[in-house]
Design a protein around this ligand. Structure first.
Ligand code: FAD
Ligand code: FES
Length: 387
């Protein structure tokens, strides 16, 4: 094996020895045989059945769903993490991630806060059809968008757009409830004041706690509106939050927010290593993405043959995962943003489009696996699903 800097680290040799022993005596380490397995399963359950205990109207387009556990136990989470919901809508079984908006101190329930997406399958289902008492199958908490005291500065500059406020709401609630030694400059962009979620609570918290500095930014304000207007830009961020030396920048919202705000932060001299961004779903209008072939539109249709199943037609502009689900082929999913690898499928023949920056493990890439949630057919395909 090539010698690397890793060998200098304490414990490197012990870990390698353990890996080698595990490979050699594999039959002794079947998961589930360990005494720790039940504890791990409690902390990281594969699936949870959560009952809707309450529905809170936040705005004309947004509701909070209060979810309690059928087993009376909810795994702990870090403020900023999400759960994925797996509803069956008509004959489609699908999944969507939603950040937990309640505080991690609240162990009785998880709140998720859902905004309507025009023509969106799951958001409209949740907002219009789900009622108190319904039980939803969900994942356990997941995701990497949280404050890490080892690498992040204690002062966070949080930049949210629309429903992207939800992970920050959980973080802010935890900070004020637990009296944590942390400060938050929150910049929250919305089209108009009626769209702002949690406005009253955020206003109240910023009055009571000097370390919560809340700035709503309204894109299309009514005449006479006195707050910040337009998009959240670098000048406003710097003017209100000051020098960037002792701060970490967190962004969460629709893709347009990243496209606009990341260059703005860069323009203020804030290095990329000081920014953290949450994914918030698959790209919209994939056929307008850089690198998309000019001779194919999102409406082009290709045949997808899944080994052992009847072939079906899939639109180029729709992710492979969505097309599979529409054809009753269930593939495990979690983040639906290309990060978690749960939705891997193997491409046996044909080509897919994957937006620039899509991360696929080296070994997966080598053996032809892609993340189906961010892969789009550009030819007829033959694929193998993992489940
Ligand atoms: C980690 C993570 C956390 C999330 N947390 C929340 C949350 O707390 N609250 C919340 O409301 N949503 C959240 N989302 C988004 C959520 O998972 C769904 O994508 C969203 O509800 C739309 O799903 P849908 O089925 O209604 O729309 P779909 O049927 O999936 O999409 C319909 C159309 O709308 C487009 N579209 C999809 N999502 C969006 C979007 N967000 N904005 C604009 N257009 C879109 C699609 O490209 C498609 O063209 C989160 C996403 C991720 C990845
Ligand atoms: S569901 Fe996470 S990578 Fe596709």
């Amino acid at each position: 094996m090539k010698r690397g800097i890793w060998e200098e680290f304490d414990g490197y040799r012990e870990i390698i020895n353990e890996i080698e022993a595990a490979r050699k005596y594999r039959e002794h380490i079947v998961p589930g045989k360990y005494e720790t397995a039940p504890y791990i399963e409690r902390l990281h359950p594969a699936k949870l059945n959560l009952r809707i205990a309450d529905i809170i109207e936040e705005s004309s387009s947004t509701k909070t769903f209060r979810l309690v556990s059928e087993s009376h136990y909810l795994p702990p989470f870090l403020a900023g993490q999400y759960i994925s919901l797996y509803p069956a809508i008509g004959n489609i079984r699908t999944g969507r991630p939603y950040s937990i908006s309640s505080s991690p101190n609240q162990i009785g329930y998880y709140d998720i806060t859902v905004r309507r997406v025009e023509n969106g399958l799951v958001s409209n289902y949740l907002l219009d059809e789900v009622k108190i008492g319904d039980v939803l199958e969900c994942s356990g908490p997941a995701g990497n968008f949280y404050f890490n005291p080892v690498v992040h500065e204690k002062t966070m500059v949080c930049i949210a757009g629309g429903s992207g406020i939800t992970p920050f709401m959980s973080m802010i609630r935890e900070i004020v409830e637990s009296g944590l030694d942390r400060a938050v400059y929150l910049f929250y962009g919305n089209k108009n004041t009626g769209d702002i979620i949690f406005h009253d609570e955020l206003t109240e918290l910023s009055k009571r706690f000097s370390q919560i500095i809340y700035t709503p930014v309204i894109e299309e304000p009514v005449d006479g509106y006195e707050g910040e207007c337009g998009f959240i830009n670098g000048a406003v961020i710097s003017e209100i939050s000051g020098d960037h030396g002792d701060k970490t920048y967190f962004l969460c919202g629709p893709r347009g927010l990243y496209d606009f705000c990341l260059p703005e932060l860069e323009g203020q001299g804030i290095p990329a290593r000081k920014t953290r961004q949450e994914m918030f779903g698959p790209p919209t209008n994939i056929d307008e993405y850089p690198g998309w072939p000019s001779d194919i539109t999102g409406e082009n249709v290709f045949t997808v043959a899944v080994k052992g199943k009847k072939p079906f037609q899939a639109k180029a502009g729709e992710s492979l995962l969505t097309s599979l689900e529409k054809n009753q082929i269930v593939v495990p999913s979690l983040c639906r943003s290309g990060e978690c690898s749960m939705c891997r499928v193997k491409i046996l023949s044909g080509m897919v489009f994957q937006p620039a920056g899509t991360m696929v493990r080296k070994s997966d890439r080598k053996s032809g696996y892609v993340h189906s949630c961010v892969s789009y057919p550009l030819e007829d395909l033959e694929i193998l699903t993992v489940s």
